[in-house]
Ligand binder design. Structure first.
Ligand SMILES: Cc1ncc(COP(=O)(O)OP(=O)(O)O)c(N)n1
Ligand SMILES: Cc1nc(C(=O)O)sc1CCOP(=O)(O)O
Ligand SMILES: [Mg+2]
Length: 279
């Protein structure tokens, strides 16, 4: 079953917690509210990875959250993971999708809007947007800065998660730039109290996303304050449910099936054009 409803993504990194097992740390993260987990281990042999993947598969099942394997689509299948995450240089989205089929999750790292659009067109289920800040977890990868987060917020239509150098001290500015999902690695698994860090990040995400209360958007050329959280809710608020409408957000036509996933943000420009019947 493909389930992709998450706000806090946690990735393993055993080098950050000497003296504690991966299972202990990830269990704490799950207690704290991690709602998707990835196994990432860049140096383990495949047999060792499979063992770790099976362990995490069991643990994530206990908590009912999706489990993703980094880099290895075939291993994801063998471990009965929910999906795989591939980078720009890995097996590639197409190959992963061919192996995993339509029902498992395929996530893709992106470092620019062009890559995001290509991943969207290629059928990715979600994308990573980063690294937002320079990070020792992915040394040598230049930061994309908050500029790419802002672009993703405006243009990306599939779920996307901000990643890279995110911690409690800077998470708010990432959320303010438009992120609604965060991924943190060292800040969580390297902390003394992974559950507490997860709880704090989750609280920041939920107050930023839902606690924003009202958004001020430009609707059909006029300023409009709305409590609607999504484009779908806005259509309902305007009494246009069931009408023949074309909806545009920030200059791009939004297909009807994406209305309920498109979150309204202050400053967004929305056009709702409805057609009056006639012959
Ligand atoms: C959620 C998420 N986003 C990005 C990455 C990085 O993937 P990649 O660019 O392939 O780099 P490695 O992780 O393989 O070193 C990720 N793993 N997860
Ligand atoms: C594995 C990875 N991929 C990234 C990307 O942007 O593609 S950033 C990253 C590391 C994230 O770890 P931390 O939270 O410790 O910075
Ligand atoms: Mg990779």
């Amino acid at each position: 079953m493909k389930k992709l409803d998450f706000s806090l993504y946690v990735i393993t990194a055993e080098n950050y917690h000497p003296g504690k097992t991966m299972e202990e740390v990830m269990r704490e993260a799950l207690y704290g509210g991690a709602d998707i987990v990835q196994l990432r281990h860049k140096t383990a042999k495949e047999s060792e990875l499979l063992e770790k993947a099976r362990l995490l598969r069991g643990l994530t099942r206990e908590f009912g959250v999706p489990f993703i394997v980094n880099d290895y689509p075939q291993l994801a299948i063998e471990a009965d993971a929910d999906g795989v995450h591939v980078g720009q240089e890995d097996h590639g989205l197409r190959e992963a999708r061919e192996l995993l089929g339509p029902d498992r999750i395929v996530g893709v790292s992106t470092h620019s809007l062009d890559q995001a659009m290509a991943a969207e067109d290629g059928g990715a289920d979600y994308i990573g947007v980063g690294p937002v800040y320079p990070t020792g977890t992915k040394p040598g990868r230049p930061a994309v800065t908050l500029n790419y987060v802002r672009q993703a917020a405006r243009h990306v239509r599939i779920p996307w998660v901000a990643i890279g150098g995110i911690h409690l001290g800077n998470a708010q500015e990432v959320l303010d730039a438009g992120a609604t999902r965060l991924c943190a690695v060292s800040a969580i698994v390297g902390s003394e109290d992974p559950a507490a860090v997860c709880r704090s990040l989750k609280a920041m995400i939920s107050s930023s996303v839902s606690g924003a209360g009202e958004a001020e958007i430009m609707l059909n050329g006029g300023r409009h304050r709305t409590g609607s959280m999504t484009l779908q809710q806005l259509v309902e608020e305007k009494g246009l449910t069931g009408r023949r409408i074309v909806a545009e957000a920030d200059g791009t036509i939004v297909p009807r099936e994406e209305w309920s996933g498109l979150r309204l943000r202050s400053g967004m420009t929305v056009e709702l054009v409805h057609f009056v019947g006639g012959g």
